[in-house]
Design a protein around this ligand. Structure first.
Ligand code: NAP
Length: 252
């Protein structure tokens, strides 16, 4: 008898890291619960994955993660579809922002609400399921920007990514010694819609390569992973410890 398949729920699965994580987990035989706002993109991805891996079960649902009630509704519906959810990847995010106090508070607010408040809601919905199952793997997609406060348009974004990493670390302490596990992934720059308009992207890697490193870390159940490890482990260390005048030039 073959081993039971793992069911992974991914938010923000309509593009970039989320969509590629779905493709790579499907190639490993995982069933998938995929959600995002753009239902047409999800339908295309479902068709693509099902054609490539007919044995993999894919269910897609439209979800705006900033709608609290809808998050609980959709996560619970996915659980009913599959009977259980083994892993949730809290991935949906936006990269909008402006320097604080320069008259664009709506951009920073949207980023804070999507990347932190909505991530909290997704985590509540995921942990409700995991606690009931007494099993599950919570995966939080943070960012290398979490290691130090960022200047300019990245200030709020970096703060949200530090926030979600801290949230996940706290939950790990809560469930220590139980079958529930928590991974925090700190990606460096990986090509996606989020950074396609950026002119200077240091050390950027392709979506496939970056996500391969993410999937490897997730599958190993790493508690925390800077991905790809080269150059982001040493860059992360430098960013955290360099004097501000040097660090801000690296980050700007
Ligand atoms: N790419 C990088 O270099 C990098 C580095 C570090 C961390 N990250 C993180 O990786 C995650 C994925 O980003 P990405 O780079 O793959 O960017 P992306 O291609 O722009 O994907 C973002 C995803 O989030 C979804 N999303 C945004 N707002 C949403 C909402 N209100 N409700 C539901 N889904 C929403 C989008 O789907 P819809 O628009 O269809 O809803 C989309 O699927 C983000 O958390 C990002 O911060 C990325």
């Amino acid at each position: 008898m073959s081993a039971p398949s793992t069911t992974t729920l991914i938010t923000g699965a309509s593009s970039g890291l989320g969509a590629e994580t779905a493709r790579q987990l499907a190639a490993r035989g995982h069933d998938l619960a995929l959600c995002a706002r753009r239902a047409d993109r999800l339908a295309d991805l479902e068709a693509e994955i099902t054609a490539a891996h007919p044995d993999v079960r894919v269910v897609v649902r439209e979800l705006d993660v900033t709608d609290d009630a809808q998050v609980f509704e959709v996560f619970r519906a996915f659980r009913a579809d599959f009977g259980r959810i083994d892993r949730v990847v809290v991935n949906a995010g936006v990269g909008k922002g402006a320097p604080i106090g320069t008259g664009r508070p709506e951009l920073n607010r949207e980023t804070a609400m999507t990347n932190f408040v909505a991530a909290l809601t997704q985590t509540e919905a995921a942990m409700e399921i995991f606690r009931d199952q007494n099993a599950g793997h919570l995966v939080m997609i943070s960012s290398m920007s979490a290691v130090r406060g960022m200047p300019g348009g990245g200030t709020t974004y970096a703060a949200t990514k530090a926030g979600v990493a801290h949230l996940a670390e706290g939950i790990r302490a809560d469930v220590h010694g139980t079958p529930i596990t928590v991974s925090v992934i700190y990606p460096g720059y990986i090509r996606s819609e989020m950074n396609e308009s950026l002119k200077r992207i240091p050390f950027v890697v392709s979506t496939q390569k970056g996500v391969a490193a993410i999937v490897e870390a997730i599958e190993k159940g790493r508690a925390r992973a800077h991905v790809p490890a080269w150059p982001w482990v040493p860059v992360g260390f430098a960013l955290k410890h360099l004097p501000l005048p040097v660090a801000r030039r690296m980050m700007g």
